[in-house]
Design a protein around this ligand. Structure first.
Ligand code: COA
Ligand code: AMP
Length: 634
């Protein structure tokens, strides 16, 4: 029997006691004056008045408790043919020395540090070193182009940047240093220092007076016996800023605090993921995403478990057996990835034959999130792995699952297509556009009654007004998730689609507005629209439509090639922008709003209702013709 119902009911009847008890799992320097202060912040603040240090809880306390020899970080990199293991004592030494280097470069409590790194263990050390100093890190995904990095540098105004000489994608080396240099040239804010990890695969020149060699400086600090103690911060002080796509080109800086974040993540390790200290947990994501923050870095380490840093892909490094090899080699007990990774594996190894080549006896549960899990993928994974496959739903804004199926409490039956039921802390409701609750089973806007639980974002960096207007204003008293869906009679949540202009490509959250801004900057383009077209592998792919200026110099094919190059150079490879169609005009309402929702339905070959306010219905036929001419619809 699952203990979920009684656990959720315990939270509902006394949320303060619930979180106070969860808070006992964290080592505080001084306790909170109130578990929840409703008067502070926009909707209240968790563990108000407490002082703590996240790095201390992730690293030092395990060493102090006599677990220094326990495995903390495993690095498995098929792209460099490397496996490295770090115990908690070794992790402490690396992190403390790097924090010393950063402090020598002037980084102190409250300063921001941007981290732009591939999937190497030093990315984790960098995050923890910032936390140790009370500095606020902002990790930028390596697949973003210099312009995107520059935007984040300008917003976060970092004192230092930690980066590497290169990243390695299958068949392609990415020289990070020129990208970093270009970003710093583009940004108005300039960091005082950059700490660069030189990788053997491709080294880079360092800029005199600004750049420091990560390996040399950390090794010198260790040799000299230098290190740093953990700096006490308020539980409500920021731990990190993570930029995520908004509806415009300006990303939103989601702020995460220290105290509530630790409490929530620690609770999930045991109760949701059913992982015990000293076991190996693997989130096959990237440190640049929230999943990487919560479950490659902080969650497993807060719990005294080992985390796995994987620099590879589900397929192609070298084949579709890569995940099974890693699970076997490192005794992984639970794994977390995006459904797209499983679709990629299924495509290459439909019968799952490669699974039989590996010993998965330690492996207990597969967790999926980041995008909608299509039932076919879940069923395939269930059948081939013969283990529970658990979908759970969350957002960068929350830092942990809003709905799921807590395996540690005893899983309840899975309903295909549903990422489970609301987690303790989340009062999830479905409202119609006027803000009224809808009956069970009815599609509507998914909201969460305030306050958000521990780890919920208290604000947006440098944008408190946008925090209110984007999330809090539409349904007063509720956090608007911008997801639509239903809650059925049994309390299962179903997430159907975003209600804004965000699309989800291979589990990556992208703004169609940001892509449109880049396309519109081309001198030949009069106007454009980008929608997310359903894709069997990546979930969605961006699809562009453009209208040219009179007298445009290039033909449609040349323009398409130009636009693809432009998006890649301005946003990055991660945008996966591969297709742009010329049309004579875009379908709009009489007030001039582009009907993206209808265009998306046409692109997906779905039935649609003619929008009442459409200016000229004939334009929809023109869109269909353009799609048909490229064989994108039947
Ligand atoms: N640095 C630089 N470039 C990167 C990058 C990084 N860290 N990560 C991805 N890219 C590049 C890819 O090489 C690709 O470039 P290409 O257009 O030259 O091929 C592009 O960005 C698009 O990447 P992606 O959409 O991830 O496609 P892919 O073909 O490389 O891989 C999957 C497809 C399904 C295997 C891959 O997306 C995957 O493993 N996804 C897991 C999902 C995930 O991690 N989600 C995070 C939230 S849980
Ligand atoms: P991100 O902030 O990048 O984690 O993206 C969050 C968005 O991804 C959510 O708003 C959803 O649209 C989508 N998402 C995440 N997890 C799931 C899931 N399990 N099922 C459906 N959609 C999901």
């Amino acid at each position: 029997m699952s203990k979920y119902p009684e656990t959720y009911a315990a939270w509902q009847s006394d949320p303060m006691s619930f979180w106070a008890k969860a808070g006992q799992q964290i080592d505080w320097f001084t306790p909170a004056t109130s578990v929840f202060n409703a008067e502070s912040g926009v909707y209240g603040r968790w563990f108000d008045g407490a002082t703590c240090n996240t790095c201390y809880n992730c690293v030092d306390r395990h060493v102090d408790a006599g677990h220094g020899e326990r495995l903390a970080v495993v690095y498995d990199s098929p792209v460099t043919d490397t496996v490295q293991r770090f115990t908690y004592s070794e992790l402490q030494q690396q992190v403390s020395a790097l924090a010393f280097v950063l402090r020598s470069l002037g980084v102190t409590k409250g300063d921001r540090v941007v981290i732009y790194m591939p999937m190497v263990p030093q990315a984790i050390f960098a995050m923890l070193a910032c936390a140790r100093l009370g500095a606020v890190h902002s990790v930028v995904f390596g697949g973003f182009a210099p312009q995107e990095l520059a935007t984040r540098i300008d917003d976060a105004a970092p004192k230092a940047i930690i980066s590497a000489s290169c990243g390695i994608e299958p068949g392609r080396l990415i020289a990070y240093k020129p990208l970093l240099d270009e970003a710093i040239t583009l940004s108005s804010h300039k960091p005082d220092a950059c700490v660069i990890l030189q990788r053997d695969t491709l080294t880079c020149d360092l800029t005199a007076g600004r750049d420091y060699d990560y390996g040399h400086t950390v090794a010198a600090a260790i040799t000299a016996g230098e290190g740093t103690e953990c700096v006490p911060v308020l539980a409500t002080d920021p731990l990190y800023i993570l930029y995520t796509s908004g509806t415009t080109g300006q990303p939103k800086g989601v702020v995460r605090d220290n105290g509530g974040h630790m409490v929530a993540l620690k609770w999930t390790m045991e109760n949701h993921y059913d992982v015990k200290p000293a076991e190996v947990f693997w989130a096959a994501s990237d440190v640049g995403w929230v999943v990487g923050h919560s479950y490659i870095c902080y969650g497993p380490l807060l719990h005294g478990a080992a985390t796995l840093v994987y620099e590879g892909k589900p397929v192609g490094t070298p084949d579709a057996g890569a995940f099974w090899r890693v699970i076997q080699d490192h005794d992984v007990v639970a794994m977390f990835t995006a459904p797209t990774a499983f679709r990629a594996i299924k495509k290459e190894d439909p019968s799952g034959a490669l699974i039989a080549d590996y010993d998965l006896s330690k492996f207990r549960t597969l967790f999926l999130a980041g995008e909608r899990s299509d039932p076919a993928t879940i069923e395939w994974a269930q059948a081939k792995l013969d283990r529970p496959v658990i979908d759970h739903w969350w957002q960068t804004e929350t830092g942990w699952a809003m709905s799921g199926n807590p395996v540690g409490l005893g899983a309840f039956p899975v309903k295909l297509g549903s990422p489970g039921k609301p987690m303790p802390g989340y009062d999830i409701q479905v409202l119609d556009d006027a803000g009224h609750a809808v009956p069970p089973g009815t599609l509507g806007n998914i909201v969460c009654k305030l306050p958000l639980p521990p780890s919920g974002f208290p604000t947006l960096w440098n944008a408190p007004d946008r925090f209110i207007s984007s999330y809090m204003a539409e349904y007063p008293g509720y956090y608007a998730t911008s997801d639509s869906g239903i809650i059925d009679e049994d309390g299962y949540v179903f997430i159907m689609a975003r209600t804004d202009d965000i699309i989800n490509v291979a589990g990556h959250r992208l703004s169609t507005g940001a892509i449109e801004e880049v396309i519109a900057s081309h001198p030949d383009i009069a106007e454009c629209a980008v929608v997310g077209k359903a894709d069997p592998l990546k979930g969605q792919m961006p699809l562009g439509f453009f209208v040219t200026n009179d007298g445009a110099g290039l033909d449609a094919a040349e323009l398409e090639a130009d636009l693809i190059k432009l998006v890649r150079s301005k946003i990055g490879a991660v945008a996966a922008f591969k297709c742009a169609l010329e049309v004579k005009r875009l379908p709009k309402t009489r007030s001039g709003k582009v009907l993206r929702g209808t265009v998306q339905k046409i692109a997906d070959g779905e039935a649609f209702k003619m929008p009442a306010a459409i200016d000229d219905p004939a334009i929809l036929d023109e869109m269909s013709d353009a799609l048909r001419a490229r064989n994108l619809i039947g």
